[in-house]
Design a protein around this ligand. Sequence first.
Ligand code: AMP
Length: 433
Amino acid sequence: MTFEQLGLSAPLLRAVNEKGYTEPSPIQVEAIPAVLAGRDIMAAAQTGTGKTAGFTLPILQLLHQGDEPHPHRIRVLILTPTRELAAQVADSVTTYGAHLPFKSAVVFGGVKINPQIAKLRQGVDILVATPGRLLDLHGQGEVDFRALEILVLDEADRMLDMGFIHDIRRILKLLPDRRQNLLFSATFANEIRALTRSILHDPVEVEVAPRNTTAERVEQWVYPVDKSKKTALLRELVIDHDWQQVLVFTRTKHGANRLAQSLEKAGINAAAIHGNKSQGARTRALEGFKGGSVRVLVATDIAARGLDIAQLPQVVNFDLPNVPEDYVHRIGRTGRAGSSGKAYSLVSADEIKQLNDIQQVIQRYITREYISGFEPDHEVPANAPLRKPGQPRQGQRRPGGGNNSRGGAQTARGRGSEGHKRPRRRRSGARAK
Ligand code: AMP
């Protein structure tokens, strides 16, 4: 299946091509035609499945086929539970809409409202919003839903978990009855089913294999970065996020030592733990880490296996493991009961094979985010398409060929869709902003 076969128009195919996607993901194969046909959809899909493109691409196409927008009148409303997700989705809208004339905006709480009002007053076709701020803006008369055609509820289960049900119901009352509704949720528990019944009309149900693995409890990011800048990026992350206890994985013992030393030099208490360290040194490092005197514990995969430490709020992969299953073990170190852990991977261009292998094992794409000041000179090539477990790669059976042959031709020229921090030259002429 190709994006062309899904019926997307040339400006969208161009944007997809610039992102380096070679094939639609399963959710995209199912969702895109249904949205284009004007149907409501109810999709069980988590982050990492490519769901954002699954709704953004066909929405852009529907808008393109439709009437001209009226200033101030919103034609598409995308509701998300968190500002982070709102920013990511808005960034995808900008990326996929780069060759179309639509304007988009994102509004969420916790930041000044006036710039958001100014943006809305310029006229917006696609609005991405968190519920509370949207209601504030509506209360101030700054949003007009009369021209609304499509509503998306992204991560609906999380919205309910976060107590947004009343806000959602209030928002629904403000929208025209005749509209297309797209609802995405990781799960379809009873509460969600009740909500869907009241919102969706004869929905197409879309589901990509639910998998209850560790990898799903953990929020994961890839930070593309040149190899030579990884240490500096890690330093910045530790300081910026004020991480007090972070487990960092390296592939080699030597790498672990070097990293711990350079963090120490930068005034961040760190210790390395690996097979060449004496038992005494290991115990000291571990005790220091547990007791809070060691802020960063740098470990190799083997050393980390035996570590008796409680679940941590976050782990960092300083480099990706060669064995993809080790990635799953690594990130399994984070995520406390009831709250999701976070795993950040610093990935350089030469690690695309490891990244693709990991994505294949966990059956999801990991969101890429670019950290300002650390944008790589050598871009990490685009993701290889995900295959169902056990399915061989197409036509890539050359002896010793690996799967890197896709990398060269399809190098991502754009950033990850979520790379909102990255200044983009290519985007400067684009109107979708
Ligand atoms: P999402 O599930 O929408 O959060 O997407 C997760 C990641 O998958 C994002 O970084 C996307 O850029 C990437 N992605 C989405 N669709 C595709 C595709 N067809 N091929 C490769 N990567 C994709």
